[in-house]
Design a protein around this ligand. Structure first.
Ligand code: HXC
Length: 525
């Protein structure tokens, strides 16, 4: 006869707890030892190792670790790894909460099926509801082939949430492996895309499809590697040498961002070392067309070592990035005379306008440094749509209601004067250095047009042109006509700039601006 063991409760209890123990252990196995070894052999970290590197020590709190796919086709019922190829949860970065998902390439190549998509959507929803940033670490073969349209639906659900979250919480995508097919559109919808130099790839159609359709042969790297997306397409904002570097860059970037569109940006009082401002005078060349590095000027004015440049190698004629003044985050937009003389081309307009919109959504003041000879002339520029792209920049500056401050350093010519945060687009504080030249166009070009008839038939046209040009410069190539009209609020010595900006930022802190009631404007995309 059956005898009830005296310690039955204990046995049951042990079973109950060991089941959870066992499940937890299995949920950490991913695709198994061999696939993890393969991942390491490729120089890649696992999904969990990446999260550990990204977040504060012991702060990761995983959810949904027992989720499995429900697919039965292609013998899938026999392989149901816990977690379904993505690790999700919340954690802290520098003490602030973030939500994170990290695709696990060792499970079905990190491919996205219904269950994985539902997990990602859950953390996105939580991030939106709780007002915390979402960070995705992507390493995936794309839509899970075995699940068909269910996996496509999963992508659709993610894209929808990316769009709903836009302007509400910062969204950061870190590409640490393949990101192929339609899957690229989630990162493309987010605010910042970071790539790892060697091992990350993004393309809509891979090398094999390209070869089949167009006959072109190209490697993964040359088609969609970090170099392509950081210097040609502009998809990528920051590139890390290694995965560790890339994840460290995410932490650096986070330090400038608020948790959501209603929170303040974190301030950092550690970088209050101030550079000697007197040196600024020496950085502007005497010759008006001589190039110089605008970054050397920025580096002196902002808090020491606080400038984090974004999209550094794309559209180099305009500089964008975050920095700090007196410890507070500002977004910087600046012409770069070292490239194309600082002229605005279609890529520069795209680059700056998107950044301005990010700053505006997240209450980050926009600080603009101007040295621009105009829009870049040329058939390519006209035919590639400089009209449409340039309009984006006008729109972005005009619609931005955050504090806007501009400093005209040297040239501010023609339409580019207007577009680069002029008073006419609602900029709050417009400053100019004595070296500023605010005019319809460059002095010599203007004189060639104005005095064309006087230069015909004379013996020494170049000498006469030079004289006219000198006179014109005295009259117009300065900031004083604009100051007389109130378009420039103040002409300042370069060494006064930092202080003027800090005072302006504090005055503008409580700025409120009403915009007309409407659903939304039509951004000229
Ligand atoms: C299911 C996949 C998969 C996928 C890879 N795997 N991609 N399983 N669905 N999409 C599996 C492989 O079968 C393999 O399983 C494991 O992941 C590792 O793959 P490998 O090919 O061995 O790795 P590697 O040589 O590093 O190559 C990685 C890769 C390649 C370049 C990503 O796997 C690949 O080309 N995959 C297909 C990419 C693709 O075309 N995806 C669909 C895009 S269309 P085992 O069991 O052997 O470990 C798309 C539509 C989205 O995504 C639409 C949104 C709008």
């Amino acid at each position: 006869m059956y005898q009830r063991p005296e310690n039955l409760n204990e046995i049951q209890e042990n079973n109950i707890f060991s089941t959870l123990h066992d499940r937890r252990r299995r949920s950490k196995e991913g695709g198994g030892k061999k696939r993890i070894e393969n991942q390491h052999k490729k120089g890649k970290l696992t999904a969990r190792e990446r999260i550990e590197l990204l977040v504060d020590e012991n702060s990761f709190n995983e959810i949904d670790s027992f989720v499995t796919h429900q697919s039965t086709k292609f013998d899938m019922a026999g392989t149901k790894p816990y977690g379904d190829g993505v690790v999700t949860g919340h954690a802290k970065i520098s003490g602030r909460t973030i939500y994170v998902y990290s695709q696990d390439f060792t499970v079905f190549g990190g491919s996205l099926g219904r269950a994985q998509a539902t997990k990602i959507c859950k953390v996105m929803d939580l991030a939106i509801k709780t007002g915390n940033p979402i960070i995705g670490l992507l390493d995936s073969g794309g839509a899970r082939i075995q699940e068909g349209v269910a996996s496509l639906a999963g992508y659709g659900d993610i894209f929808y949430r990316n769009t709903q979250a836009s302007g509400v919480i910062p969204q950061i995508s870190v590409i640490l492996g393949p990101c192929a097919g339609g899957a690229v559109y989630s990162p493309a919808l987010t605010d910042f895309v970071l790539m790892n130099k060697e091992n990350s790839f993004m393309f809509v159609t891979g090398p094999e499809v390209v070869k089949a359709v167009t006959g072109e042969e190209i490697s993964f790297y040359d088609l969609g590697g970090s170099n392509v997306h950081s210097s040609i397409t502009g998809v990528c904002h920051l590139v890390g040498e290694t995965e560790e570097d890339t994840l460290d860059l995410v932490r650096k970037l986070m330090a400038y961002l608020p948790s959501n569109n209603l929170n303040d940006t974190p301030s950092d009082q550690h970088l209050l070392d101030v550079n000697t401002q007197q040196n600024l005078r020496e950085l502007i060349p005497a010759e008006e067309d001589e190039p110089y590095d605008m970054k050397s000027i920025l580096g002196i004015i902002v808090d020491s070592d606080s400038f984090l440049e974004l999209q550094e190698d794309w559209a180099k004629n305009i500089i964008i990035g975050f920095s700090r003044l007196n410890g507070s985050t500002v977004g910087i937009v600046a012409n770069q005379p070292l490239y194309l003389g600082g002229a605005i081309d279609f890529n520069a307009a795209d680059k700056a306008s998107r950044f301005i919109r990010f700053c505006d959504s997240f209450n980050i003041p926009i600080l603009t440094f101007v040295d621009v000879p105009g829009f870049l002339p040329g058939i390519k520029q006209e035919h590639e749509g400089i009209i449409r792209h340039g309009a984006k920049l006008l729109f972005a500056y005009s619609e931005a209601t955050v504090p806007k401050i501009s400093v005209i350093v040297r040239k501010a010519y023609g339409g580019a004067y207007i577009v680069m945060s002029s008073k006419h687009l609602g900029t709050d504080v417009n400053l100019a250095w004595p070296t500023a030249q605010i005019a319809v166009m460059g002095s010599e070009g203007a004189c060639r047009i104005l005095y064309r008839s006087k230069l015909i038939g004379v013996d020494n046209p170049e000498q006469i042109l030079k004289e006219f040009t000198e006179k014109f410069k005295e009259e117009f190539a300065n900031p004083y006509q604009a100051a007389e009209l109130g378009y420039v609020d103040k002409v300042i010595f370069p060494e006064e700039t930092r202080n003027e900006i800090i005072v302006s930022l504090s005055i503008l802190r409580n700025k409120r601006e009403q915009t007309p009631r409407r659903k939304h404007g039509i951004f000229p995309v």
